[in-house]
Design a protein around this ligand. Structure first.
Ligand SMILES: [Fe+2]
Length: 307
């Protein structure tokens, strides 16, 4: 039985909770402030996919994963002899709190009550050049408050890829989708890897966590899935008009195939919108790819998201 279903939430410290709430609303999440805590959800049934508290030191606090079951959660907790506790967050459930070799806090949860799904919106059928699907009808894009469906992945810069991956593989049973390797003096060197959940025959995102072998520990970005290309582009122009800081995109990755659009939140923390990503199951296996494949795009700007 797989140990985790998926990534579930990211938790941050932010310098200004009200400003952050406005940004997240504009970014397409549905937010509420409960006491000192900012909670944000997407249209999927998870009660929260983004959490934040105000602090003079903004940054990542933890990454949350949904365990397959209470049994799976207990198995994970037992590896580090940490307690399985009642989750104090809305929706309750159980939580185990771990710390990875880089000092990143990892939370594994299960049994959280789901909320009702929200309207996804979307648009009328798409007429591509080769397959017409919309006849006698104008395009309409349904207006919705909540553009984001779910949290898709997190990218972490880590001290040592191999040590970090071994830690996550042991606990979360992640699989490598694409390992980025380069030849160095005849030796193969790993620059990082895209890793996905192992749910057997079930198809999952190309990556849930991407680890960059960096010799240092630093959060890179969190990526939120939106319904489709129209939603992504419409939001791109609205965020631009609202004066937010754009980071990188729009483009389409080679590895994972996502259409991407990277933004900076008010603290300069990078958050991504994506759509049309690859889905693989266990039988897709693990592959070695070049730095060129990592940095290249199917279309759009080349390079990596940064300033
Ligand atoms: Fe990403």
């Amino acid at each position: 039985m797989p140990r985790i279903k998926d990534i579930l939430y990211v938790r941050f410290n932010v310098s200004d909770l009200t400003k952050q709430q406005q940004f997240l609303d504009d970014f397409g999440l549905q937010t509420e402030i409960d006491g000192d805590l900012l909670l944000a959800r997407g249209t999927d049934s998870s009660r929260y996919i983004y959490l934040a508290e105000q602090s003079a030191e903004p940054g990542l606090v933890s990454v949350g994963f949904a365990a397959e079951s209470a049994t799976a959660l207990r198995e994970i907790a037992a590896i580090d002899a940490v307690e399985v506790e009642s989750n104090p967050m809305p929706g309750g459930g159980l939580i185990a709190r771990l710390t990875d070799p880089n000092g990143f806090r990892v939370e594994v949860v299960t049994g959280i009550d789901n909320a009702a799904e929200l309207p996804v919106g979307g648009r009328s059928a798409f007429n591509s050049g080769v397959a017409k699907q919309r006849f006698g009808e104008r395009v309409s894009i349904e207006p919705v408050d909540c553009l984001v469906k779910r949290l898709g992945h997190v990218v972490l810069m880590v001290h040592d890829f191999h040590e970090t991956f071994a830690w996550y593989q042991t606990r979360l049973e992640l699989l490598i989708s694409d390992e980025i390797v380069m030849e160095n003096d005849g030796q193969e060197q790993t620059l990082g890897a895209f890793t996905r959940c192992n749910r057997g025959d079930e198809f999952v995102d190309h990556h849930t966590l991407f680890f960059i072998h960096a010799g240092q520990a630093e959060f890179n970005h969190a990526a939120f899935e939106v319904a489709d290309w129209d939603v992504l582009m419409k939001s791109h122009y609205e965020l631009k008009k609202a004066g937010y800081q754009h980071s990188f995109g729009v483009g389409k990755h080679i590895l994972g195939s996502q259409v991407f659009d990277y933004w900076k939140d008010p603290d300069g923390i990078m958050l991504e919108h994506f759509t049309d990503g690859d889905l693989f199951n266990e039988s897709f296996g693990s592959h070695k790819r070049s730095p060129g494949d990592l940095l290249g795009t199917l279309w759009g700007p080349e390079g990596v998201p940064g300033q």
